[in-house]
Structure formats: structure tokens, C-alpha cells
Design a protein around this ligand. Structure first.
Ligand code: PRX
Length: 646
């Protein structure tokens, strides 16, 4: 490793990443600078380009290269573990390559071309990875959906019939049909839908590799309405497709995927990542941060629909030829030992999860963990939100039995991969600190006036130069990209997080400093939840704040002012909850809704969220509230606080 952490001039940086690039296949070499960029809005348009002029294909590098050059064809790529214990499937690199080629041919036969956008709405099944890599193979841009479909995007949609989450059946087909209707209503008809039958009857008869799908997976009664003009069956299409497909050679800066993430204005942003830089960055961070070795069995419990799953289930591990567990279910089903049972079953060595999952399992004590040996574990990782020291200690002492270093990885959908992180066993740990920057990443802490602070300090976390995996733009709105990340402090990428640096130079993330909430490691914007609430005819105004939650980190506390003549009652409360859930997703379900006949506002009409946060937490030290137009509102809200979750 030739690059100092947190530093390295441009030349050294290029040399380091150039060495990483040597492991990969390039159809043509790059012609421009290795990493070219402008981070200063005052000097022109913001851009980042990595290896311009080179061409490659990421699916070729993840699959063909591993099968043919590295002779890893018989190595297991995924141990798929279904929701139901006993449902399992093993897929080798060779099989994965065949399946990806088959499905790439299917996409081509449906008219999908390089540059087309393909939306994917599927549960945690191997076919989800197949669909992503098939898009990448033909140069199509995937966008995995976790919430309502952005209507302007897609040519085809790939989805599944349904899946079980614990003992709850989720009918994805009906959800997707509703979303498609909305797209049609807005004048964006989706041309084709390819549907994977995962639970319904036909799934049992189809070709999931050489192994027959386990019986427990099926749900013959699942209602799957079928529209022959739009709906196509995955299995029927794949059956006739060739398992060879020449990859489409893509430019380094061609788009690889779009992933929507919450924006503080309430409108989700389509974060766009490109081929080469993202490949190098996810591959290198995976290898070094998890100290990846060829005989490791790695398990990341995230959903592939989140960036963690993109970077550290699909791209990073496969780029290294890693063997991973792909888990469809929940940590608490059928009981709270499920995670540890899976660790023993597959001899998992590297394990990556979120603080919210750790806190959830911590509630049940150490006995469900100690029922299993966990002897194989070597490195434990966390991601998604600051990990509180209690959860860190429990993870370290109970799960890892004080043997396994913890890598607390700080990063974002936008950063593509880890940016602040320990290296296991090499970085002395401090519980709750993401420690130091990854190679080539240069952080700074700024004060409100944009001055860089030296030594121990606290302020805005920013980055001074790009790394290969940083996002390139907000899909369809480059101006929004510049405004969101580069306008506040010209010359820096602004993360939106607060950060403290201690006397030893360790970085400690203190949480978001914009109007974003972090619920179970998932970012939500308050504006987004507020607009879902005010779309209900009974609501005149809404204000949402975060309230600390022992498992989720933060929960949603919503204040609603009702329209004239409407009375507040439990039925309305349930309707509002449902409305937010349907508009945004289950993760955004409000925990508290308070009827607020008036909201605390300044004389200029701005809602004082700071005061609302205090009310939500029942903290009376309000600080200076002299700018409030009517301070009696505050007392009224304190008196009617919600003490129990709805
Ligand atoms: O606030 C930080 C928090 O999660 C945000 C990024 O969320 P998202 O784009 O959904 O990506 C999550 C998975 C990478 C960050 O701005 N965050 C993420 N990891 C950590 C964290 N906060 C503290 N410590 C972390 N390790």
C-alpha cells in the first residue's frame, strides 16, 4: 500500500489507483489523466472523471475474469439463504456468469440497449444480482426501486411476484402494478415488465440452475394478476436464451446505475455512479476494509436495494471473487438466533451489519447469540449511522468475543464506498469512531464560515478531493448536484454530516446537520414525510422531527395541524400513518403523531424545528425563543405531547 491514509497528492493518488486498476481487464487503455476533477463551483462546472478514454465491462470483470483468468469458476459466489430456514441455493461463479449472459440476452431480445434505464423491483434473491449484472453486461443502467417508482425513468421493469418477510407475505406484483398505473397516469407508460415468479406455483417448475427450488418457498395461492400486453415471465424468457453473451464495452464514465436517495428538499435524488471508478473503489475498499482473503465467507445483511447492498453484496465482493451469503429473511425470524445460526451454517468469517440490527438483537441478551459457536468470525463491520458505545461493546464482547476487530465504516450513497473507516487489526479502535479516511480520501472539518479547522475540532465534514467512486451527478439535474454538495463551501464536497476530530486525529460522526433523519440506518428527509402528510385532505400543515429511539436510532415525531372543521381521532391517526407508509415506504412509518392546533413559528413564519425537537423529547430548556411569534403555542404543545408511540 503506497498511499498514506488521508493524503497523497494527485500523482501518488493516481499511482495507487493505477495499481488497483492493473487487476482488471481493460479493452482499451485510458488516454486522459487518471483522475481529473473540478470541486470548485467558482471555477466552472463540477466534474469528476476517472480513467477517461478507457473501455471495459464491469460484469466481465466480476464474472468472466474470475471464471476464465482466475480459475474461480467452481467457487461459490453466493450461498442464498431464504426467509424460511431450509430454503437454500448455492450458485458458483460459472453458474452466475451463465445466468447473467442468459438474462442479458433476454433483455436484448426485448429491445434493451446500451444507455437504456431498467428499473428493478425484486426481493433478496439471486436473480436480483443476475438482473443487475445483466444490465451492466449490455451497458444498460439499472435503478433498483425500494419505494414509489420515479416515473420518468424506465423502459422495462423487472420485478418479482412476492416474498416473505418473516411470516408476512408481501405481494410485490400488486405494489408494482399500482406504481405502473401511476406512471401511466402521468404519461410515462412502461413498455415491458419481466416478472420472476418467486413464490407462485410456476416457480416450482422453472429453471433455477441445476437445483430445484425448495418447496417451502412457494405460495401457490398468491394472487398475481397478469396483463399479457405488458407482463412477461422471467422463467419462460430465460429458458430459451443462450448462456453466452459478448459484453458491451463501455466507456469509463458511462453510467452504471442510478440509486434514489432522500433529498433534504423532500424530492428524492437519483445518485448516478459510473463504471470504472465505482468498480475500482468498491473492489479496493472491500478488499482492504474487510481484509478479504480468498477462503473467506462474507456476509453483508443489508438489502441490495440500498447502496450498501450494491457496493458490498454485488460489486465489491464479486470483483474480488468472494464467496458471500445472500439472505432473504429477517434477523428475528423464526427466532432471534437466526443470524448466528447462519454464521455457523456457512462458517462466516466477515460479517457486516447495521447498528439498528445490533441494538435490536441486544435487547434479547447474549443467550440467543451464545447458542451458536461463531468460531469462524474474524472481522465485524457496521454501517449506516453512528454506533452508540453500548451497542459497539455488545457487538465486540458478545458477538465477536473480543477476538474480532470492528470496522465502523462511514460512507453515503453518494460516496459509492467507505470513506472513513478503520482497517481491521491495523487501526486501534475507539468505540463509536469511524477513525480515519480511506486511502486517497482527504477530509476536512469546516466552521460555519467555511474555514478549515485544525486539530481537535467540530464542524461540517467535507472532502477536499474526489476518489474514484464518488457520485458523478444527480440524474437529469446536474445543477441540483452542484447546489446540494458544492455550493455551501466552494472547493469542497459537503457530506451534510457533522463531525468531531479528537486529539488523536480520530473522526467521530455526530449526525446529520440538515433536515434529514436517520431511521434504522436509512436516511429520510423531514420535508418528504411532511409532504406525504399534507397530501391528506384533513391536514393543513405538518412538521416532522426526529426523536431518539433505542433500536432505530431515530423515530419520526409528526406534528399535524388539521384543516378547519376536522376533528382529530384514532381513525385519522391510522389513516395518516398509512398514507406516509404508502407514499414513502415502511421505514417512514410515523412513531408519534401529535395534533398541533398551531405550530411554533417565527414572526417571518418559519417553523422553529429546534423547539419542536425539544417538545418531542420533553426537554424544557428551550434556549432563546424570543423570535417566536406566539410563545403560548409551545406550552400548549408540551401539554398535549404524545407519550406513547401510535
Ligand atoms: O449520516 C451518515 C450516516 O448515513 C448517511 C448516509 O446514508 P445513506 O446514503 O443512506 O447510506 C447509508 C449506507 C452507506 C451519512 O451521511 N452514516 C452512514 N454510515 C455511518 C453514518 N454515520 C455514522 N457512522 C457511520 N459509520
Amino acid at each position: 500500500i503506497s498511499l498514506k491514509r488521508g493524503g497523497g497528492g494527485c500523482l501518488k493518488n493516481a499511482r495507487f489507483w493505477g495499481d488497483v486498476a492493473k487487476d482488471f481487464f481493460w479493452k482499451t487503455k485510458h488516454t486522459g489523466q487518471f483522475l481529473d476533477y473540478n470541486f470548485d463551483v467558482t471555477k466552472g462546472e463540477i466534474f469528476v472523471k476517472c480513467m477517461e478514454g478507457a473501455s471495459t465491462n464491469i460484469s466481465y470483470n466480476l464474472l468472466d475474469r474470475n471464471v476464465h483468468e482466475r480459475k474461480l469458476g467452481d467457487k461459490v459466489a453466493f450461498y442464498w439463504e431464504g426467509n424460511e430456514p431450509g430454503d437454500e441455493l448455492t450458485v458458483t461463479y460459472r453458474e452466475l456468469l451463465q445466468r447473467v449472459c442468459q438474462f442479458a440476452n433476454v433483455l436484448k431480445s426485448q429491445g434493451v440497449k446500451k444507455g437504456d434505464r431498467v428499473s428493478i423491483y425484486m426481493p433478496m434473491v439471486v436473480e436480483l444480482v443476475v438482473a443487475m449484472l445483466a444490465c451492466a453486461r449490455i451497458g444498460a443502467v439499472h435503478s433498483i426501486v425500494r419505494r414509489s417508482l420515479p416515473s420518468s425513468l424506465f423502459l422495462p421493469l423487472i420485478r418479482s411476484d412476492g416474498f416473505y418477510r418473516g411470516d408476512k407475505l408481501i405481494n410485490l406484483k400488486l405494489l408494482a402494478d399500482e406504481a405502473l398505473q401511476k406512471c401511466r397516469d402521468k404519461g410515462f407508460p412502461i413498455e415491458k415488465c419481466i416478472m420472476l415468479k418467486h413464490l407462485s406455483k410456476e416457480a416450482e417448475e422453472t429453471s433455477l440452475g441445476s437445483q430445484s427450488p425448495p418447496a417451502k418457498r412457494s405460495c401457490p395461492d398468491l394472487q398475481v394478476p397478469w396483463n399479457p400486453e405488458v407482463d412477461l415471465c422471467w422463467h419462460a424468457l430465460v429458458r430459451g436464451a443462450s448462456d453466452e453473451c459478448e459484453p458491451e464495452w463501455c466507456g469509463s464514465e458511462d453510467p452504471l446505475f442510478i440509486l434514489y436517495t432522500s433529498g433534504s428538499t423532500g424530492k428524492p435524488k437519483g445518485v448516478l455512479h459510473t463504471v470504472s471508478g465505482y468498480m475500482l473503489y468498491t473492489a479496493a475498499t472491500f478488499k482492504l476494509v474487510f481484509d478479504y482473503q480468498l477462503d473467506d465467507v462474507y456476509w453483508c445483511t443489508a438489502d441490495i436495494g440500498w447502496i450498501t447492498g450494491h457496493s458490498y453484496i454485488t460489486y465489491g465482493p464479486l470483483a474480488n471473487g468472494a464467496t458471500s451469503v445472500l439472505f432473504e429473511g429477517l434477523p428475528t425470524y423464526p427466532d432471534v438466533s437466526r443470524m448466528w445460526e447462519i454464521v455457523d451454517k456457512y462458517h462466516v468469517t466477515k460479517f457486516y451489519t447495521a447498528p439498528t440490527a445490533i441494538r435490536l438483537l441486544m435487547k434479547y441478551g447474549s443467550e440467543p447469540v451464545q447458542k451458536y459457536k461463531r468460531e469462524s468470525l474474524k472481522v465485524l463491520g457496521t454501517v449506516g449511522e453512528p454506533i452508540n458505545p453500548e451497542a459497539w461493546q455488545w457487538y465486540y464482547n458478545v458477538v465477536g468475543e473480543r477476538r474480532c476487530p470492528i470496522v465502523d465504516t462511514f460512507w453515503q450513497t453518494e460516496t459509492g464506498g467507505h470513506v472513513l473507516t478503520p482497517l481491521p487489526a491495523a487501526t486501534p479502535m475507539k468505540p463509536g469512531s469511524a477513525t480515519f479516511p480511506f486511502f486517497g480520501v482527504v477530509p476536512a472539518i469546516l466552521n460555519e464560515s467555511g474555514e478549515e479547522l485544525e486539530g481537535p475540532s467540530e464542524g461540517y465534514l467535507v472532502f477536499k478531493q474526489p476518489w474514484p467512486g464518488v457520485m458523478r451527478t444527480v440524474y437529469g439535474n446536474h445543477q441540483r448536484f452542484e447546489t446540494t454538495y458544492f455550493k455551501k463551501f466552494p472547493g469542497y464536497y459537503v457530506t451534510g454530516d457533522g463531525c468531531r476530530r479528537d486529539k488523536d486525529g480520530y473522526y467521530w460522526i455526530t449526525g446529520r446537520i440538515d433536515d434529514m433523519l436517520n431511521v434504522s440506518g436509512h436516511l429520510l428527509s423531514t420535508a418528504e414525510v411532511e409532504s406525504a402528510l399534507v397530501e391528506h385532505e384533513a391536514v393543513a400543515e405538518a412538521a416532522v422531527v426526529g426523536r431518539p429511539h433505542p433500536v432505530k436510532g431515530e423515530s419520526l415525531y409528526c406534528f399535524v395541524t388539521l384543516a378547519d372543521g376536522v376533528t382529530y381521532n384514532r381513525t385519522l391517526e391510522a389513516e395518516l400513518k398509512k398514507q406516509v407508509r404508502e407514499k414513502i415506504g415502511a421505514i417512514a412509518t410515523p412513531d408519534y403523531i401529535q395534533n398541533a392546533p398551531a405550530l411554533p413559528k417565527t414572526r417571518s413564519g418559519k417553523i422553529m424545528r429546534r423547539v419542536l425537537r425539544k417538545i418531542a423529547c420533553d426537554e424544557r430548556d428551550l434556549g432563546d425563543i424570543s423570535t417566536l411569534a406566539d410563545s403560548s403555542v409551545v406550552e400548549q404543545l408540551f401539554q398535549n405531547r404524545c407519550c406513547t408511540a401510535v
